[in-house]
Ligand binder design. Structure first.
Ligand code: S5P
Length: 274
């Protein structure tokens, strides 16, 4: 099964350009760390990214959080992505009808499809959301993750909802490259595709080494729990690395990024050696 292969071996099995590039970047940088940069000011956003850049395979954005957004910010982000060799994941969590999400993805102020290699969607509207997003993203070589599970206390994305999300992904394997989830989805929502053939990427938020949660329902697990025990592929870390994100102390952020990178990589090496 995929979880016992190396990232490099898996890169060869993927034809979606975003999935392939992500796996190759992980292998090249020995990093399965994605930093989630949830800060409100342009300057803090760029400072955090420039600081953690060397340690990550992927930067996750919520571009709609940024108060002083301007289109030139995307140019800066692209420059940093080339300087530090990482991909970009706009965590937009689309959740509407196909026609609307196609417009939200391509247009508006942010024009997400133009710059974000990977984005994500809630499966709640059914397969039409994938049809809508892929009409924009597939010709650009983008990839989509479905939110099959969430990290929060009381999440409704469980049981048959999660299974249906996996079935939706299987029916659109050219564009859906994997899931936001807390564990591997191999064998979930039984199918005739053997789990040897199937290789969805699992990106996992809710990762922290010094805290088990926040006061608003977030729940944290360690990189070892996520990558070794649950077989996930990428750890997504936000506040564990940059705290509140303003008055960023560059040295602390850098040290935390390297700490999470190392923990994530050691857990992966343990997994493939098992
Ligand atoms: O289930 C989820 C899915 C996502 S994408 N739980 C999450 O926390 N996220 C995102 O991961 C969330 O939107 C935030 O940007 C990040 C977690 O941030 P942290 O500061 O709690 O690590």
């Amino acid at each position: 099964p995929a979880y016992s292969l190396t990232y490099a071996q898996r890169a060869e099995r993927h034809s979606n350009p975003a999935a392939k590039a992500l796996l190759e970047t992980i292998e090249r940088k020995k990093s399965n760390l994605c930093v989630s940069v949830d800060v409100a000011k342009r300057a803090d956003f760029l400072r955090v990214i420039d600081t953690v850049g060397p340690y990550v395979c992927l930067i996750k954005t919520h571009v709609d959080i940024i108060e002083d957004f301007e289109p030139a910010l995307i140019e800066r982000l692209n420059e940093l992505s080339i300087k530090h060799d990482f991909l970009i994941f706009e965590d937009r969590k689309f959740a509407d009808i196909g026609n609307t999400v196609a417009l939200q993805y391509s247009s508006g102020v942010h024009k997400i499809a133009q710059w974000s290699h990977i984005t994500n969607a809630h499966p709640v509207p059914g397969p039409s959301i994938i049809v809508g997003l892929s009409s924009v993203g597939l010709p650009l070589g983008r990839g989509l993750l479905l939110l099959a599970e969430m990290s929060t206390k009381g999440s409704l994305a469980t049981g048959s909802y999660t299974e249906e999300a996996v079935r939706m992904a299987r029916a659109h394997r050219d564009f859906v490259i994997g899931f936001i989830a807390q564990r591997r989805m191999d064998g979930v929502g039984a199918s005739d595709v053997s789990s040897d053939e199937e290789d969805f990427l699992v990106l996992t938020p809710g990762v922290g080494l010094d805290s088990r949660g926040d006061s608003m329902g977030q729940q944290y697990r360690t990189p070892d729990e996520v990558v070794f025990e649950s077989g996930c592929d990428v750890i997504i870390v936000g506040r564990g690395i940059y705290g509140k994100g303003n008055d960023v102390d560059t040295q602390t952020v850098q040290a935390q990024a390297e700490r999470y990178r190392k923990e994530g990589w050691v857990a992966y090496e343990k997994r493939i050696a098992r």
